[in-house]
Design a protein around this ligand. Sequence first.
Ligand code: KG4
Ligand code: ZN
Length: 338
Amino acid sequence: MSAELVLAIETSCDETAVAVADPFGRPLVSRIASQVKLHAPYGGVVPELASRNHSLDLRPLLESALAEAGISTSGIGIVAATSGPGLASSLLVGDTLAKAVAVGLGRPFYSINHMEGHLLSPFLHPYREIPPHVGLIVSGGHTLLIEVRGVGDYRLLGSTKDDAAGEAFDKVGKLLGLPYPGGPEIAKLAVAGRRDAHAFPRSMVHSGDLEFSFSGLKTSARVLLDRLGGVPTGEALADFCASFEEAIVDILVIKLLEACRRTGRRIAAISGGVSCNRRLRERAAAAVQGEGVELVLADPAYSTDNAAMIAFAAAARRRAGIGPSPLDGDINPNLRLA
Ligand code: KG4
Ligand code: ZN
């Protein structure tokens, strides 16, 4: 048997994903069956549709991932699955199949927190030992600043009081009539816009803590659209998107640097779907210069939901001597990281 290859399954939301990784968690195969098109007409994820399609897609995806890795199930050393946070009926599909495979093969099972997957993902490709650092996770459901003292040793520094950064993008995308998810669509339009065309609020940047708030931004977007007499087009739409994107990026960069100052950590990592945002990547890279902070960005291929990050977190836990997880553990839609 190849030494401890990791099989990981991720079905927490609307992506069915399977990965095979080496014992360090370096991905050999990472497959994703996206449901984005399926949910797009509804402007958000429909839980019933999501779980039904996980059930349909997961097994063929698993078989094709193993074929691509050139192994049969007997080549699997450990099995991992996302156990939360996420949609209960979606989590159950991946968790159940992963446990069945682990039991059937007599292999250890690792139950992984989806947010730990995102948190550690900046170090999976290119591969690097996970150093103590400050991690900023910006996804559709979460905005978290976390001090990573070691694998499995996380301290929550701050989170959002209302909407997540990705959620703000998606909600304003909806207001603008853009396809779901709105984040990448706004980012595309923003490229041609003026970032100082509109003064969107930078909520909580002077709050003296590391908390975030994005709901005011969404409200001011709505007010501005009313003032403009509806959704603008052409250059005016680009200006709107660029100014809106700049406000979110400003807030994220300011808080990330503040977290580095407060903790004294010299490495900052950004992960989650919003970390694909090119403006955020550029602005964060520029901001750490002169601060003596090294920036590590998740590879865009592993920023949105994927199973490679789940395999990586499982491998990191195993190498740190943490786990495996009990087979009678339950999924937890509200699982917290710290
Ligand atoms: O991490 P993720 O795939 O799913 C969750 O676990 O939530 O993140 C999805 C989020 C969505 O809100 C989407 O709009 C946002 O990531 N996103 C972006 C970009 N690409 C994805 N937001 C801004 N700019 C992008 N380029
Ligand atoms: Zn995610």
